[in-house]
Ligand binder design. Sequence first.
Ligand code: SF4
Length: 492
Amino acid sequence: MGPGPGDAETPPGKSFKPRPSSRPVGARDKCGVLGVSIPGQGAAPYLYRGLRALQHRGQESAGIATSTQSQMYHHRGMGLVHEIFDPEVLEALRGSVGIGHVRYSTTGSSSPENAQPFVVGTGSREMALGHNGDIVNYLKLRRRLAQQGVEFLGNADSEALGEFIAHEFARSRDMEAAIRRAMTEAAGGYAVVLLHGSRLYAFRDPLGIRPLCLGTLDGGMAVSSESVALEMMGGRLVRDLRPGELVTIEKGQLLHSSQVPHPSRTAHCMFEWVYFSRPDSVLEGRLVYDVRYRIGRLLARESPVPADVVVPVPDSSRPQALGFSEQVGFPYAEGLIKNRFVERTFILPDQKRREDEVRVKLHPIRGVLENKRVVLLDDSIVRGTTLREIVAMVRGAGAREIHVRVGCPPIVAPCYYGVDMKQRKDLVACGRTEEQVAQALGADSVHYLTQAGLLEAIGLAATNLCLACLGERYPVPVPQEQHRFQKTLLEF
Ligand code: SF4
């Protein structure tokens, strides 16, 4: 069985301070996964570097598992990657193959027992698993396993997936067959790395909702949620895993690739291009930076407005603001400066504290904003709480008019595939017109990018993208009990 709370994963004398588990204000990154196999070299230092490149995908916990021919080593903790690992810990993680994970909880609470990689016994040796995404029939899988005597340490869907694979492996002694069985039983969006003995396995859901790519690395191979981690480890992107693909890597070589039955369409998450992925990552052959720049140009064409300056909400809206500015021909300016040492904003109990928090994180430059008609560019609006504070801040710095332009169509429905947008009542666009959203934000106008504009910017058809949070058309049906379960977790 895998380690539980209090298990001796952390070296004696080291204590990790749990971070607050308050729910955040905006849509949060999901998780990031990583795997490397490099003959003759230690995997852990590579994984550490790669995980730091994926830190934006999850800041609650992180972990690494590595393996030699005979033994598995693992270490997990709550917090940021550099807080969890130091040279001593990395040195103790032996072996030339390993996986890594950064987590932000979407199903399952934020707690040490839900930190990943999960380590599960499979008879003579252990297996470790790292998962990004949400399994929508997780409760069914969990119930079935519980009836067969499996005990769970936490409440994450990833643990159920790991236990399911371990259970199948115990029957067949064939890991690829066990994974393929799990891929046909588990529904939802997932990208998974799995370590078993000297082999690294990586697989992706049949619609390709969650991203996962394959690369070369110093004579070996690596897999990652985003190509930027491959590059930051010193490797190169080869290709994305195909939807429903399972790859097996050993001693730095791709041993085998297979695909489970998959529909003719795909459903890549549009939000990866809009907000989640780093601008220097390439997803499905499209540089995220280029897509965001095109979004800005298209937004300017769709909803032009006379103004003096285009100001991005930092950091992720900069390429969009640049595109907007170049399309309309009036200047781009940094009117809001981000404090680089403040990592996150939490839901705080009262208005005053929320305002204070945003003001610690961002500061307006009066000289840029005063007496100006400002186009304020944001990549997306989920709840709108932070943006409302920002609009007030820009107004307070003397802006004459504030026109909000949003690089994503209105988000009106929850996500069940791994993004923390779970309740309709939290979504500011749900049931509101653009005029009503402008009123709610205190802006002079608000315009969202159209869905047609989004498809043009990404360069994929609607039948190749997941757009469920924009219009309730879920590419993988979500069981009623999962709706209720997520509601219970949120209320809890
Ligand atoms: Fe991405 Fe939205 Fe689909 Fe969730 S519902 S996977 S956020 S496009």
